[in-house]
Ligand binder design. Structure first.
Ligand code: HEC
Ligand code: HEC
Ligand code: HEC
Ligand code: HEC
Ligand code: HEC
Ligand code: HEC
Length: 418
């Protein structure tokens, strides 16, 4: 009878292990939302598109599936709600024919459960939501261990009972085996250790070198929110390389000084006080003085400090690099920004709202490839794609709407790997 119990407890342990794995395989609503919808939607606030929280109460699920798969068709079909939204927001939503109903459900669940981050801190929100999942994993692990201990106890109790029964009926008992030498225990422990080690190793290897949400404190507290969000400075003013070359480039201090020879204090304190991710208050005016120190600018003299030969006494600002691809990967900004017309935000997230930049995308191989599967190249009038005569013909014939990056060869290993 005890043996039976021990067996069912063991079965339960194994079942739980599997639950644990399948929980990880379910569609990740947050990741899907971030990579597909966040460039236009915020869960709580209207942006390019409407706030998405509660969208599944405003509309039926079926409506949402059809809409997400092909918004243009819904609008063309004369749907009243869709046309009202279109009139209000103007922009046209991208279609996502590749998203399954499960994936759309996961996105809706994510936006419905979404709560505003406590200190209006975008990074904190992201990190906290990410942690929820891991915590779950720990709960499973603890239950698993607890049940294992239970199996052991039951198994020992079972042995002890058998011993007593044997003694009663005069059958000689074998010498008790110490627990660590019992074959059953060794087998169970090694199977479980094997599964766990394999799981953690694969996970660890895949994530090694990745640093999503990485947000270091920079030598100068330079805020993209202040410059891009509030003062509407174009990304390319500082990252001109993004359109022309492989690298987007970080501007040198003389680009900053184009404006900061005049702008020597931060007057936005009342409307937008500056805070680090840890909640430490930052004095923006002091930070501009830091910039002067690096740039070698003397605000009293209104001129640069120079050495005897007239060279400006500037020291380079050692910005900490946030995004890092491994050396074996080839990535080119201008191919994406200029040729592909991909918006910075699709890969870097809402930079215009960040006081401190954090790494928004995982930069994993799966991330690159997923987007290449889903996104169409700028095919029409692009000399680069002249060679694809078949596709051009099909577009002319009306049998094809567009060509994804994948169809143009963008998932072939050698395009991204040296
Ligand atoms: C390119 C910008 C853009 C992207 C990307 C985008 N949307 Fe939209 N979405 C809009 C706009 C704009 C509207 C309002 C209707 C219109 O103007 O076409 C809208 C409307 C909606 C609505 C209707 C909301 C309501 O209040 O009834 C839903 C639901 C929706 N989007 C879901 C999604 C989902 C899910 C994703 C990601 C898979 C997504 N959208 C990605 C721009 C976008
Ligand atoms: C006034 C100059 C300026 C403008 C405008 C600007 N940036 Fe930056 N950007 C910087 C500086 C300086 C850094 C380095 C410090 C930091 O990481 O915050 C930086 C860092 C970054 C990084 C992180 C780089 C890394 O280390 O991996 C990204 C991504 C980025 N900017 C994207 C953008 C985007 C997208 C826009 C437009 C929405 C933009 N920037 C507008 C000056 C600017
Ligand atoms: C195109 C003009 C322009 C350029 C270029 C520019 N800034 Fe600014 N900067 C501004 C404006 C405008 C403000 C806000 C002033 C205010 O609100 O009183 C500002 C504010 C600041 C502040 C205080 C707020 C904060 O973000 O902490 C710092 C520090 C600063 N800039 C550093 C830099 C650095 C470093 C660079 C170069 C990478 C740079 N700026 C380039 C226009 C510029
Ligand atoms: C947000 C979507 C998106 C993401 C993410 C993305 N790409 Fe791309 N990529 C594109 C588009 C769109 C094109 C096609 C541009 C064009 O030619 O019209 C492209 C083209 C390319 C090409 C040229 C392919 C060819 O046909 O020669 C390379 C190489 C490339 N991407 C590498 C990468 C790498 C490496 C990553 C990940 C670090 C990445 N991409 C992430 C959208 C994306
Ligand atoms: C298709 C995705 C994608 C798009 C679109 C994109 N970036 Fe990047 N960005 C990356 C990746 C990946 C890296 C890391 C590159 C590396 O480590 O070699 C990066 C790095 C950067 C850096 C760090 C410096 C550098 O060049 O490595 C800056 C700054 C930056 N991006 C700014 C921008 C700006 C500004 C835009 C829009 C004009 C933009 N990015 C558009 C994916 C993208
Ligand atoms: C669209 C770009 C792209 C294509 C196509 C691509 N890779 Fe990758 N690959 C990457 C990126 C980015 C990384 C870095 C991932 C990381 O750091 O997590 C990577 C990493 C790797 C790694 C190192 C292991 C790892 O996960 O970090 C191997 C091995 C690899 N790729 C093999 C391949 C093979 C084989 C193919 C062809 C079937 C291929 N890649 C096609 C972008 C690409």
């Amino acid at each position: 009878m005890f043996r039976g119990l021990a067996h069912s407890a063991l079965a339960l342990v194994i079942a739980l292990l599997f639950c644990n794995f399948s929980a990880i395989a379910a569609p990740d609503g947050k990741a899907l939302f971030m990579s597909n919808c966040a460039s236009c939607h915020n869960p709580l606030k209207d942006a390019t598109g409407p706030a998405l929280q509660g969208a599944d109460q405003r509309n039926t699920k079926e409506w949402i599936y059809t809409w997400v798969h092909n918004p243009a068709a819904v609008i063309a079909g004369g749907d009243k709600h869709a046309n009202e939204l279109k009139a209000k927001f103007g922009a046209m939503m991208t279609s996502f024919p590749q998203l399954s109903h499960d994936e759309i459900d996961a996105i809706l669940k994510y936006v419905d459960d979404y709560k505003a981050p406590v200190a209006a801190e975008p990074a904190a929100g992201g990190a906290a939501a990410g942690q929820g999942q891991e915590d779950n994993g720990w709960v499973y692990s603890i239950i698993t261990i607890a049940l294992l201990v239970l199996v052991l106890i039951l198994w020992r109790a079972n042995n002890a009972l058998r011993r007593i029964a044997n003694e009663k009926s005069g059958i000689p008992n074998e010498k008790p085996i110490p627990i660590y030498r019992s074959k059953l225990v060794i087998a169970i422990v090694s199977i479980i250790a094997f599964i766990m080690a394999g799981y953690w190793m694969v996970n660890g290897a895949v994530n090694m070198g990745r640093q999503q949400n990485y947000q270091p404190l920079q030598p100068i507290f330079y805020s993209h929110k202040v410059h891009v969000g509030i003062n509407q400075i174009n990304c390319l003013y500082c990252h001109a390389g993004a359109e022309k070359s492989r690298q987007a480039m970080i501007p040198s201090s003389n680009i900053c000084m184009n404006c900061h020879k005049q702008i020597n204090e931060y007057t936005g304190e009342k409307d937008h006080p500056l805070m680090t991710a840890e909640g430490v208050h930052i004095d923006g005016t002091k930070q501009i003085q830091e910039l002067y120190r690096y740039a070698g600018w003397d605000p009293a003299k209104k001129d640069y400090n120079r050495d005897a030969t007239g060279n400006i006494l500037a020291t380079p600002i050692k910005w900490i690099k946030i995004h890092n691809l491994p050396d074996h990967v080839y990535f080119n900004h201008s191919q994406h920004v200029k040729v592909g017309q991909v918006q910075c935000q699709r890969c870097h997230g809402p930079i215009q709202d960040m006081d401190e930049v954090y790494q928004f995308a995982p930069l994993s191989m799966g991330w690159c490839i997923n987007c290449h599967r889903q996104t169409e190249v700028q095919f029409g009038d692009n000399g680069y794609y002249k060679i694809f005569e078949k596709y051009h013909q099909e577009i002319k014939d009306g049998t094809r709407k567009g060509v994804t990056v994948e169809e143009a060869g963008g998932t072939e290993c050698q395009r991204c790997h040296y």
